[in-house]
Design a protein. Structure first.
Length: 261
């Protein structure tokens, strides 16, 4: 009983910190609203031929529904980045078919053991992606380029997958082996709707934590390994990473915030 109360209090504190992260950003935080109409603030741009800064679509206004996928986030500015991917050779990373990508990279300086990074951003899909796997966000290490965990879309399903954890605790339940399958998923993503995703990551080789929220509604709390190595910093990439396909697909990005504490 005492253990259950302790977890409830701990989870509540983490949930509150995620919800507040959209409001209280420290002076050392980083933000991109695309108001400057360029990509100069990003650490790296993968295949800029597929990225355009344009006036944003308003998206559907479905806020009267109780379904989480129907909650439309308010646009933060007039402009956003439209990332469009094609199957042409120029959209492959070093000609590798599995690395068909158009992405924006941000490399923070504070992702060592015991530190916490919160990243929040908005996205909209003009049309749903195919049922194939599309990675839309992931943390990767700066020396060995190994992924820690990723957020992906398969059609209307959004899911979160860890690449490195051997075991995971999901929402305080008993630890279980990590099979590199979805640790969390939502089957109700819609096209032409703005979503705000918040990921709070506590960096650790053993007892790391991931707290996820969509449109300020908490989704899952994971306890697992989050760092690839104790001496590697992590960077985040947002956009589209998929297996090469002829289908042209797009995603809007806006209001990206990164903070550390």
């Amino acid at each position: 009983m005492q253990q259950g109360v302790h977890f409830f209090i701990k989870s509540t504190l983490v949930i509150l910190s995620v919800l507040m992260s959209n409001i209280c950003w420290s002076a050392g935080g980083w933000q991109e609203t695309f108001a400057e109409l360029n990509l100069d603030n990003w650490s790296y741009v993968l295949h800029p031929q597929g990225i355009n800064i344009l006036p944003k679509p308003a998206g559907l206004n479905l806020t009267n529904s109780e379904s989480i996928s129907d909650i439309t986030s308010e646009p933060s500015s007039n402009y956003g980045a439209l990332l469009t991917i094609k199957g042409e050779q120029s959209y492959l990373w070093r000609g590798i078919e599995a690395l068909n990508r158009v992405e924006l990279q941000h490399k923070p300086t504070h992702t060592r053991p015991g530190q916490t990074t919160t990243v929040s951003w908005q996205f909209l899909l003009p049309q749903l992606f195919s049922e194939d796997t599309h990675q839309i966000a992931y943390w990767e290490s700066d020396k060995t380029y190994r992924q820690s965990y990723r957020l992906q879309l398969n059609g209307s399903r959004m899911s979160l997958v860890s690449n490195i954890a051997k075991s995971v605790v999901i929402d305080g339940e008993a630890a279980q082996p990590n099979t590199k399958q979805a640790l969390w998923y939502l089957d109700d993503i819609k096209a032409n709707t703005w979503y705000t995703v918040t990921l709070e990551t506590y960096w650790s080789m053993t007892e790391g934590r991931i707290m996820m929220a969509i449109n300020n509604q908490p989704q899952v709390h994971l306890t697992l390994q989050t760092l690839v190595a104790h001496d590697e910093n992590m960077f985040i990439q947002l956009g589209i990473l998929r297996e090469r396909a002829d289908r042209v697909e797009s995603i809007w990005l806006d209001n990206v915030k990164v903070d550390h504490f």
